[in-house]
Design a protein around this ligand. Structure first.
Ligand SMILES: [Zn+2]
Length: 285
């Protein structure tokens, strides 16, 4: 944290140095745009093929073939979800929260994409609909669906509070991925999440990560187009609406619903999954 009493004095030109203009590091216009018109047309005639109910304080995995859609909905009460995505055919390709944040900002909404890890660095999913897009940024600087948090985990909980808590999102996702794949290394494949429905930000004065009660209500949803074959993992966070605390059984928690929709045959005839990144990986050697 930045100190109110820095060890070093300001130089004479401190204000001039601070007044340099802001430059957006990755202008969104430089990214290849998703074909939202095509996706919307395919979505209109898509039909539901499966659904998975994620129990409170637990997680489940679900499969979404490329070109299908999936929707995460609040059902019984305000609830935050921690979302992981893997390439279903190669789990080493997984959602890259940090790069997604750099490309789209701290909180995602319609038209933004979830990008995959190096060396693939390609869109894994594109957000089609966000029923909380009206929220924008509140007066605290908070917004919903962040890519700035990590996921609640038993290690940080142990570090700060001691004890052994087994239903943090990290553990929930680890159990769900183990159940779905049988892999002994599931924990190492769990990664930083998209915090679905969570309301977060950084305090304006100290830059500290904060959370506040999610504005989500039953019926709210976030919907995605699967750009590649996906294995998803969703944890219904033990923090519930994250208005008070997580990493415990104190908060009221509710399930989350995942529904998968299949487009009609030929709806995406001229569409292909995005290719992996074009960098040759020689790194100047
Ligand atoms: Zn959590």
């Amino acid at each position: 944290m930045k100190s109110d009493n820095p060890d070093f004095p300001s130089p004479p030109d401190a204000n001039m140095r601070r007044s340099s203009p802001v430059v957006i590091a990755y202008p969104p216009g430089d990214l290849p745009p998703p074909d939202m018109v095509l996706y919307m047309q395919a979505r209109q005639r898509a039909s539901k093929v499966t659904e998975v109910l994620v129990p409170a304080r637990d997680a489940r995995c679900f499969s979404v073939p490329a070109g299908h859609f999936f929707r995460i909905s609040s059902v019984d009460g305000p609830q935050v979800g921690d979302l992981n995505l893997w390439n279903a055919n190669d789990l080493s390709e997984r959602f890259y929260s940090g790069k997604t944040r750099a490309l789209h900002g701290t909180h995602l909404s319609t038209g933004d994409r979830m990008w995959s890890s190096f060396p693939s660095l390609r869109p894994m999913a594109t957000i089609m609909a966000d029923s909380l897009d009206w929220y924008g940024f509140d007066s605290d600087g908070g917004s919903v669906h962040d890519v700035i948090g990590t996921r609640c985990d038993p290690y940080t909980h142990n570090l700060l509070s001691g004890g052994q808590y087994h239903h943090c999102c990290h553990s929930n996702l680890t159990r769900a991925l183990t159940d779905a794949t049988g892999r002994a290394d599931a924990e190492s494949l769990v990664h930083d999440v998209l915090n679905v429905f969570m309301c977060t930000g950084f305090t304006r004065d100290t830059g500290q990560y904060f959370m506040k009660a999610s504005p989500v209500r039953p019926g709210d949803h976030l919907e995605f187009f699967a750009e590649i074959d996906l294995l998803g993992g969703l944890s219904a966070c033990p923090g519930g609406d994250c208005s008070a605390e997580h990493s415990s059984d104190v908060a009221a928690c509710y399930p989350l619903l995942v529904e998968v929709f299949e487009p009609q045959t030929s709806a995406l005839d001229n569409w292909q999954s995005p290719p992996v990144n074009g960098y040759d990986r020689s790194h100047g050697r």
